[in-house]
Design a protein around this ligand. Structure first.
Ligand code: FAD
Length: 277
C-alpha cells in the first residue's frame, strides 16, 4: 500500500477479560500497519461510556493516537460537557461525533441534542478547536433519511458546524462512494471523506449488520456467501479477495485513506492490507 495513503482502525470496548486480551493481541498485530489513529465505539452493542474511555486509554498505552466515538442520543449537555472535559484532560485530540442509535429504535427524540450536527456545534462551542472532529457519512443514504439529497444536506450541515473529516458507513459498491464524494464536492464540501471498510468474515453477521445500517450486499456476493454455507475458511478467503479489490479501486481512484471496522479481529485486515499495492 502506498505510504501516501493513511489507514485508521476501529475497535469496540471488550466485555470481559478474555475479550480484552483478544483485543490487545489484535491491536498489537494491527499497529504494525502504522495507523494514523484508532477509534473506539461508544454505545454500539451495549458498550458503556466507561468502557469506551478505558479502551481509549488502553490504546494510548499501546502507543497510538486514540479517538473515542461520542454519541449525543439520550444525553444531556451537562453529561456531554463532563465527557468532553475528561477527554481533554486525558490529552485526546480527536473525537468521532455521532447521533447514535437507541436499542429500542426511539429515533432522534431522546436527549437534548437531536442530530450529530448539533453535537458538532456543541463540541466547537465548548472545546473550541481542541478536537479534530470526525463525522459519519452514508454513500448509500442513512436508513432513516427520506431522500438522498436531504441526507446530503444534513451531512453538509455537520460539516459547516465544524467537522474536519468524515468516515463512511461501509459499502461494497465503489461507485456509490465516488458518486457521494462527487455530490458532496459539488455542494462545496472539501473535507476528506474516508471510506469505512468492513471485512467479510461471517455471513449471518454481515446480513444482520447490513440490514440495520442500510448497506447493500450485492446479489452476487450474497449468492457466493450462501454457496459457502458454514465453510468459514472459504468465506474468509472470498471476503479478503473482494474487499482487497474494493480497497485497491478506492485508493487508485483517489480515496484519501481507509478506515477499517476491525471488529477487534486482526487477520482479515492484515490480509487485505498485504494485498494492496
Ligand atoms: P445524523 O448525522 O444526525 O443523521 C441521522 C439521521 O438524521 C439521518 O437520516 C439524517 O439525514 C437525519 N438528519 C440529520 N439532521 C437532520 C435535521 N436537521 N432534520 C431532519 N433530519 C436530519 N453508533 C453508535 O451507537 N456508536 C458508535 O460508536 C458508532 N460509530 C459509528 C461510526 C461510523 C463511522 C458510522 C458511519 C456510524 C457509527 N454509528 C455508531 C452509527 C450511527 O450512530 C448511526 O448511523 C445513527 O443512526 C446516525 O448517526 P449520525 O451521526 O450519522 O447522525
Amino acid at each position: 500500500m502506498s505510504s501516501a495513503s493513511s489507514i485508521s482502525l476501529e475497535f469496540f470496548p471488550p466485555r470481559d477479560i478474555a475479550a480484552q486480551e483478544k483485543l490487545v493481541r489484535s491491536a498489537k498485530q494491527l499497529l504494525a500497519l502504522h495507523p494514523s489513529y484508532v477509534s473506539v465505539t461508544f454505545g454500539a452493542g451495549g458498550s458503556t461510556r466507561s468502557g469506551t474511555a478505558a479502551t481509549v486509554s488502553l490504546m494510548q498505552n499501546l502507543g497510538c493516537e486514540a479517538a473515542p466515538h461520542l454519541s449525543c442520543i439520550g444525553s444531556s449537555r451537562a453529561v456531554l460537557t463532563e465527557i468532553l472535559d475528561a477527554y481533554h484532560a486525558a490529552g485526546i485530540r480527536r473525537i468521532v461525533a455521532l447521533r447514535g442509535d437507541t436499542p429500542s429504535g426511539m429515533g432522534a427524540d431522546a436527549g437534548e441534542l437531536r442530530y450529530a450536527s448539533e453535537l458538532v456545534r456543541f463540541i466547537r462551542e465548548h472545546s473550541g478547536d481542541w478536537f479534530h472532529i470526525e463525522v459519519a457519512a452514508y454513500p448509500e443514504m442513512h436508513p432513516q433519511a427520506l431522500t438522498a439529497p436531504e441526507d446530503l444536506d444534513h451531512f453538509a450541515t455537520k460539516v459547516k458546524a465544524g467537522a474536519n473529516s468524515a468516515i463512511t458507513q461501509y459499502f461494497f459498491n465503489a461507485d456509490a462512494y465516488f458518486d457521494f464524494v462527487n455530490r458532496a464536492q459539488a455542494k462545496g464540501i472539501s473535507i476528506p471523506i474516508v471510506p469505512g471498510i468492513m471485512p467479510i468474515t461471517n455471513h449471518s453477521q454481515l446480513v444482520r449488520f447490513s440490514t440495520m445500517c442500510g448497506a447493500e450486499i450485492p446479489r452476487w456476493i450474497r449468492l457466493r456467501l450462501a454457496e459457502f454455507g458454514d465453510d468459514r475458511a472459504s468465506i474468509r478467503a472470498f471476503g479478503v479477495d473482494v474487499i482487497t479489490h474494493l480497497c485497491q479501486r478506492l485508493l487508485d481512484q483517489g480515496a484519501p485513506g481507509l478506515h477499517f471496522y476491525t471488529l477487534n479481529n486482526a487477520d482479515s485486515v492484515l490480509a487485505i492490507h498485504r494485498g494492496l499495492s
